[in-house]
Design a protein around this ligand. Structure first.
Ligand code: ACO
Ligand code: V55
Length: 279
């Protein structure tokens, strides 16, 4: 793996297949997100958005945690009397979550352990969440005398039922990986020793698609969440037309030709094969 740049709170490696592994790397603090981590994530995502070698982003955590949420000391207490530092930390966090949410790159959260509070912003920004069955999720804010802030109350209520959003925010009860998958917090839960292999398998599945089709598809699903029905029809109509122009692989035209004329495959059973070299 090629290491590109050194960061103090995050490890970044892009492998030969095109997976950029981003590892929250403060294991001694359970990968709590301090202001430096936010600034580094902002830089990392900005750089990798246009990195041709990055086909999929995987985010995981070093040690026993994915992330224990916001750093209660450095993100909260130490910025209480320092509005400039608070603004910078909050804004860096918000910007990197936004970049990840709308990134053209597909993203996978590989949740290896604890995932609390403010970590849900990052979790929601990832397209796919693969959790170890023994991972632990929770909105612990209520225990700290704060409410799930940033966008946590919103993204959490968007993932789970209204009743569960209220219940888990109000009690702070924890949720294991298996239950998280049932509730819609995780896409799927797998035994801890299978976590990396399952993540790799899904990353490879994504890399077999046209990157442009994938980017437009994810942005479409995300964008229509906050639209009414008429807006969704109009937007998806326009987005679909734009995709036909934007896809350098011309997947749509090729797929139609291969199915209708050449009878080479059936889209209900198998995907269109990408051309050699993926372009
Ligand atoms: N902020 C700051 N420091 C933290 C955080 C955090 N969110 N989470 C853990 N740490 C630090 C601990 O203070 C401790 O530091 P120290 O070694 O200097 O004393 C170190 O990480 C290890 O913590 P332990 O509790 O010993 O680790 P353990 O593996 O036993 O437990 C766990 C991990 C369950 C994550 C526990 O640390 C915990 O409950 N952390 C708080 C989680 C939380 O409530 N997060 C939400 C914060 S609010 C928000 O995000 C908006
Ligand atoms: C959280 C709270 C925040 C924030 C980001 O609850 C995450 C989590 C109160 O501010 O900026």
């Amino acid at each position: 793996m090629a290491k590109k740049k050194e960061y103090s709170c995050v490890l970044v490696e892009t492998d030969d297949e095109g997976i950029t592994w981003i590892t929250f790397n403060r294991p001694e603090k359970r990968n709590a997100m301090n202001p430096t981590l936010h600034v580094e994530m902002e830089q990392i995502l900005f750089e990798h958005e246009t990195d041709e070698d990055t086909k999929v982003i995987v985010i995981t955590g070093a040690g026993n945690s994915w992330s224990a949420g916001m750093d209660l000391k450095q993100y909260f207490r130490e910025t209480d009397q320092d509005p400039v530092a608070r603004f910078r930390a909050v804004t860096a966090h918000r910007r990197w979550a936004d970049m990840l949410t709308w990134s053209r790159k597909p993203s996978i959260a590989m949740v290896n352990g604890y995932c609390y509070g403010g970590a849900f912003t990052a979790l929601a920004a990832c397209d796919i969440v693969i959790a170890a069955e023994n991972a632990t999720f929770g909105l612990s804010e209520v225990n700290w005398g704060i409410l799930p802030g940033g966008n946590v109350s919103k993204v959490f209520a968007d993932m789970v039922s209204f009743r569960n959003a209220l219940f888990y925010a109000m009690t702070g009860r924890t949720i294991d990986g298996r239950k998280a998958a049932e509730m819609g917090i995780a896409t799927l839960a797998v035994p801890a020793d299978k976590l990396r292999d399952e993540t790799l398998a899904i990353a490879r599945e994504l890399m077999a698609k046209s990157p442009t089709v994938l980017a437009f598809t994810k942005q479409g699903i995300r964008a229509v969440r906050d639209m009414n029905m008429a807006q969704a029809f109009e937007y998806l109509g326009a987005k679909g037309m734009a995709l036909r122009v934007a896809d350098p692989e011309q997947t749509r035209a090729r797929g139609m030709r291969e199915f209708l004329d050449e009878k080479k495959f059936r889209p209900g059973f198998e995907p269109v094969k990408r051309p050699e070299g993926g372009k």
